[in-house]
Design a binder for this molecule. Structure first.
Ligand code: HPA
Length: 235
């Protein structure tokens, strides 16, 4: 057991899907996995392990934001020997061509978080990246399924609610596709521990148009993301 995950050693698969929402973890386990074991209920942050078409996979809620996510990622890697973590999350679009419902594969991330100041001195900026082969497989799956997708940078922010509500426009000017709250630190930790990673995001809202997915559209949007991630796992 680790502090925030009550699993025994061996109960978590080497490949973990990481939604922020623990109920999304339950939905994925209920919908896509067989022989499901719920290995974690601590703080309601559900974790499940099961079999998807012969492949053992776990799905773990991470909570919202980098501090929460980093707790689970650290423990998954250091206490349970996890070798691959794929985030399945949502994001807000910062570009006109990025529409609600689309998928975003994060090729890198910018951040307003100071978490990496502990690792890299002030004045130096670490640029995190995903595992190229996972990115390539995600693109291939999206192409085969004829899904709308975008590949590029995201902004991982510590605040959902900003005092300066126009701040995102500067990142938009520099080509950032979308805003979310986890990828920068996920990619940093994956690099630190030399494991594989990728963030696959569904656009749930647009900061330009103020459009939002309703609950029915959200289901369809998430379905596309799950199709891509399980295609990666099977390949
Ligand atoms: N901001 C931050 N994170 C998000 C957003 C947003 O607008 N939408 C989905 N995740």
């Amino acid at each position: 057991m680790s502090i925030h995950i009550q699993a025994e050693k061996g109960e978590i698969a080497p490949v973990v899907l990481l939604p922020g929402d623990p109920l999304r973890a339950k939905f994925v386990a209920d919908t896509y996995l067989e022989e499901v074991l719920c290995y974690n209920r601590v703080r309601g942050m559900y974790g499940f392990t099961g079999i998807h078409q012969g492949v053992r996979v776990s799905v773990q809620g991470s909570g919202m934001g980098m501090p929460s996510m980093a707790i689970y990622v650290n423990e998954l890697i250091q206490s349970y020997d996890v070798r691959c973590i794929i985030r399945i999350g949502s994001c807000g679009a910062l570009q006109e061509e990025v529409e609600v419902h689309d998928l975003v594969f994060a090729m890198t991330a910018s951040t307003d978080s100071v978490m990496n100041l502990e690792r890299f001195p002030l004045g130096f900026t670490y640029s995190p990246a995903p595992t190229y082969t996972l990115l390539e497989r995600a693109i291939q799956a999206a192409r085969e399924e004829q899904l709308r997708y975008h590949v590029g940078s995201v902004l991982s922010t510590d605040s959902f609610y900003h005092d300066n509500s126009d701040l995102w426009k500067q990142w938009a000017r520099f080509g950032t596709l979308a805003v979310e709250m986890e990828t920068y630190q996920l990619y940093t930790l994956a690099a630190k521990f030399n494991i594989e990673t990728l963030s696959i995001l569904t656009v749930s809202d647009s900061l330009l148009t103020r459009k939002e997915l309703n609950s029915e559209e959200r289901q369809i949007g998430l379905q596309n993301m799950f199709d891509v991630v399980f295609s990666i796992i099977r390949s």
